[in-house]
Design a protein around this ligand. Structure first.
Ligand code: HEC
Length: 152
């Protein structure tokens, strides 16, 4: 058999086989009162920004796109979600210690201000999650005020 055809067949079989290794999309049911929205009561425009641009990776309310069913793309999405939640989970916000909350609020405005969050790779496929300059300023100001208001 032609060498290249053989390689192609191996690749195709490999791609089919890895489709059986999906990601775990389950998430625990959380008490609503622990959610960031209930604890910090952000104004509507900030709330919708956070839900649209951060909740996919930083909460248990992830909405998975259709391509999250295709390996190996799914693995990358799965690891972003697992890692994102481990660093900051808006669904369990009420459980964080006060110092942790203050620090996370600060990290949020720093990361968004520096355009490091939302992850640039995520924005390639999520136009709706893009944050414009004016929104970044609003985000920055609100998060900074929240953080500064926590006196330790
Ligand atoms: C595509 C997934 C994804 C999205 C969307 C996303 N993040 Fe992240 N975020 C991550 C991952 C993964 C990490 C951990 C690794 C890193 O820092 O790059 C992280 C880390 C962070 C950290 C650092 C926490 C720490 O303990 O150092 C903050 C703060 C943060 N994100 C805030 C946000 C905010 C605010 C938004 C929305 C504006 C957002 N992220 C959107 C995936 C995401």
């Amino acid at each position: 058999m032609n060498k290249y055809l053989k390689i192609l067949i191996y690749l195709a079989v490999g791609l089919i086989v890895i489709q059986f290794i999906g990601i775990d999309k389950s998430a625990p049911k959380m008490e609503g009162y622990l959610d960031f929205m209930e604890v910090e009561l952000p104004p509507e425009h900030i709330a919708s920004l956070i839900k649209t641009s951060c909740y996919d990776c930083h909460s248990y309310k992830t909405s998975y796109p259709w391509y999250s069913n295709i390996s190996p793309i799914s693995w990358s999405i799965g690891s972003h979600v697992t890692e994102g939640r481990a660093h900051l989970n808006f669904s369990t916000w009420g459980e964080y210690e006060t110092e942790v909350k203050k620090d996370l609020l600060l990290k949020c405005y720093k990361q968004v201000g520096a355009r490091q969050m939302p992850l640039p790779s995520y924005l390639l496929l999520h136009d709706e999650a893009k944050i414009n300059k004016e929104q970044i300023e609003e985000f920055y100001t609100w998060f900074k005020t929240q953080s500064d208001n926590i006196k330790l």
